[in-house]
Design a protein around this ligand. Sequence first.
Ligand SMILES: Nc1ncnc2c1ncn2[C@@H]1O[C@H](COP(=O)(O)OP(=O)(O)OP(=O)(O)O)[C@@H](O)[C@H]1O
Length: 629
Amino acid sequence: MEPTSVAPGGRASGGTATPEARHEPPQLSVRAEIALSWRRSAACGITPDKKAELPYDPDFDSDSRLLKAATPVVERLASSLADTSTSILLADRQARIVRRWVGEKPLYSALDNAHAAPGFAFAEEYAGTNGLGTVLEEARTVAVRGEEHYADFLRHLSCVGVPIHNPVTRAVEGVLDITCLADDYNPLIPALLSESVQHIETRLSHLSSPADVALVEAFTRARRLHRGAILGLNPNMILTNPIASGNLTPHDQAVLWDASTQLARTQRSEVSVDLTHGRYRVRCEPVTTGSHHPAGVVLYLDPIRPRHVSTGSHPSVTATSTGITPPAGRSPQWRRITTRIQELAQLPDPVAITGEPGSGKLYLAKYLHELSSPARGLRVFNAADPTETAPKNLIIRANETLGQGDNVIVRRIEYLPTQAQAQLRALAATSPHPTSASTTGRLIVTAQTTTHTNEWLEQALASYPHHLWVPPLAQHTEDIADLTPVLLTELAGQPTAHCSLPTLQALMRSPWPGNIAELRDALAAALNASDGQEIQPHHLPTWVLKRAHQRQLSVMDQSERELIIETLASVGNNRTQAARILGIGRATLYRKIRTLGISTAQELQMGLSDQLIGQSHCQVSRDRRGPAR
Ligand SMILES: Nc1ncnc2c1ncn2[C@@H]1O[C@H](COP(=O)(O)OP(=O)(O)OP(=O)(O)O)[C@@H](O)[C@H]1O
């Protein structure tokens, strides 16, 4: 390979530099692959005098396939190198060291000084050129000797890394590396490593599940026959052809995963789905193993309508003609609600919004306010907090505010005493006055549909000409893919954090009895536990992971669950009516609601949410999930 003259600052050299200048280390003639890696390192903002500050996460899966396949092979190699001044490092596909075997004792401190120990991640973006991260970037064997390291803290070492491929998917699963002191480098090391990697890959193929093998075979066949975008999915892996990987964001992949489970439940073979680049017809082909066990699905995507509006990173968040961004979400239930609000915005009438706690009633009420024309001020009263405004004063102030031409939202009206309820109803019945409709504000009220009977609700809402019922999050989990970026941006104050696909999958499997408010809490905790960039499953609170790991419901259970949810939705969550329609007793309905993990706020109130742990919609990826904490 032609040597290139370059400095670790990323600049090709022409002149000379003093070795003393910290950012101007000596010019070296380096091989092209090293020069390229130095440029990448510089582009990541790393300087050669970077301190050894690497992401540390010791919480990796100690039972992973990679470790199972590699451990016996590397132990053999380690025993043959026992008396040499070499160490062997095994890293996962994030360049995080998961095991290390050290030969002679003095090497320990050299490795520790460089943080070359289990848990530390050596991706190029953190450590610059090295025998783990650079191998993953290049997806081939790379040797990095002493001064070829980009960062000073690694220059006392030499290392060689060989990528370990999954023989089924051909994806890189990790890196096997030999590291020694800079001057102890031996040119035979790459050959030694390659032989061990071959053994590891053979063991990996034996450890591949029949389902994974069947899915890869079905996907490979589909690729040959179909020109459009194709995905192969099962709980362990996602396979994409170049068209699919070029067009689908992680959110799209999560939405498609959700669509495929819905298709499996309803036994349909096609569905239309809105993705970042437009609407697609998704055809689903189930894949089974030789012994007819489900192995996953192959999805064929055909574009129906390209998306012309640029929507940034949130495909469903499309600004309307008013320029106001609708609440994130693209499920049919959510679209129905936002369309209804857009219609109601044209009328001056009072509106009542009901639903489970934290389901987004206030958020939607504010959206209705923003859309309402002409633009007005807004005052929000919380009836659940009498310290804020005593009930009697609340009605007087609400009346005054409306009269001044501003809109009013009264939250949690179920907390108002009977007399205040009656006054508010009277206000709603006469609001807006026909003669002053253009000058008075709009009244919007919200109520939780849990603590009170349907009779109470019917009476309380009788004076409101329009009533919107917000579905619980469990009934539109596909919207979680769109809600998370919005919530994370709001929580972090900037759009820097995002959820990895396995995290989204785990979030979409949870029942969320506390709805969007609970999702927001979970994301706030995960954001704290993460580095503020990518949220992985192990950053999620334990209770979310527990729920996501719940057992898989049978197809029968899933169909029954769907039917009950739809029936409850069609009667505004009235259980007596739902039980009648379903032809079962109320007690049976309650039992099914509990055992099938249907989220309702009553369950929350009765402290049954913990009993939901143990139910499930799907299983989490074996390989991708973080360890339960
Ligand atoms: N569509 C949405 N997009 C982003 N954030 C949302 C959305 N809906 C709700 N939220 C957030 O979720 C949390 C709960 O929402 P909100 O306060 O509207 O619920 P609620 O149903 O009115 O609650 P309560 O039952 O306590 O009255 C809030 O932090 C809100 O900002």
